[in-house]
Design a protein around this ligand. Structure first.
Ligand code: GLP
Length: 259
């Protein structure tokens, strides 16, 4: 684990994560970003947009996508990424990819391999933004996901579908049962990870991911195997952390040359 940063608000956390992204893009204008959906990363995209960087050469790979929504569905992750990330940040649409795009039926079986090949051809992900679900999932890697998994089709838990029903008029039956998601092994291949969480509903998942055992039962715990992770969380999401005081001290007392 590299760093756990406890911030005062999602806005502050968003600004911090945006500064990490800006640093990567300054060094490599065509950097490859791993893009998470959900409500958690929104303050990051907002802060990044305010920096008014030229992100036209940046390449992007979404973490996951639902299976079974009609093309153009406003809650498909392609639509969400276009609306919340590509447009506001001025990314080039053709450089931003979502798994399984345009595929259906039997063709979906090959979607994972095709996406992995695409990520490899881009030279791998430089910085992967991650949210975390209450089941401890990252991407859509639900409990039981192999820690070595690559992009593939998964079945969503009832819990995740209920959490995400808010995007589907509160109707869980409208939330797809299946998805295609980058695997935990795919995520580990990214050169750096930034995991974000806000609010008390995420406190248990954050504590299990950061301080619990590395286990497929808490897929996000796989981040402990990565060399370059920044966990950015607000006070409520940090509520279950045993070593919170230590993380605060380590962050505030960083030597200037480490900043
Ligand atoms: C969703 C997404 C994840 C996201 C998580 C948390 O189901 N597939 O990528 O991180 O659940 O969502 P939110 O940020 O809205 O709480």
């Amino acid at each position: 684990m590299a760093e756990v940063v406890i911030v005062g608000s999602p806005e502050e956390g968003g600004a911090l994560a945006a500064s990490l992204i800006a640093r990567v893009v300054a060094a490599k204008p065509d950097a490859v970003l791993g893009l998470a959906t959900g409500s958690t990363p929104l303050p990051v995209w907002q802060a990044l947009a305010r920096l008014q960087l030229d992100l036209g050469a940046v390449r992007g790979f979404a973490l996951d996508e639902y299976i079974g929504l009609e093309p153009g569905h406003p809650e498909s992750y392609r639509a969400v990424i276009d609306r919340e990330v590509v447009g506001p940040l001025g990314l080039t649409p053709s450089l931003v990819h979502v798994p399984a795009e345009g595929l259906s039926g039997a063709a979906l079986a090959g979607a994972g391999q095709a996406y992995e090949a695409r990520i490899d051809a881009a030279g791998g992900v430089d910085l992967q933004v991650l949210g975390i679900g209450r089941t401890g999932h990252i991407g859509f890697n639900e409990p039981g996901s192999s820690l070595a998994s690559l992009t593939r089709v998964k079945t969503l838990t009832e819990w995740t579908r209920r959490d995400n029903a808010r995007f589907f008029g509160g109707d869980v039956t409208r939330v797809p049962l299946h998805c295609v998601t980058q695997g935990l092994g795919t995520i580990l291949r990214a050169r750096s990870l930034v995991l974000l969480a806000w609010g008390e509903s995420k406190a248990d998942a954050v504590a299990a991911a950061v301080e619990g055992p590395v286990t497929a039962s808490v897929p996000a715990s796989v981040i402990q195997l990565h060399r370059d992770v920044t966990v950015v969380i607000d006070e409520s999401a940090a509520a279950g952390l045993r070593y919170a005081d230590y993380y605060r001290e380590a962050w505030t007392s960083r030597p200037a040359w480490l900043r």
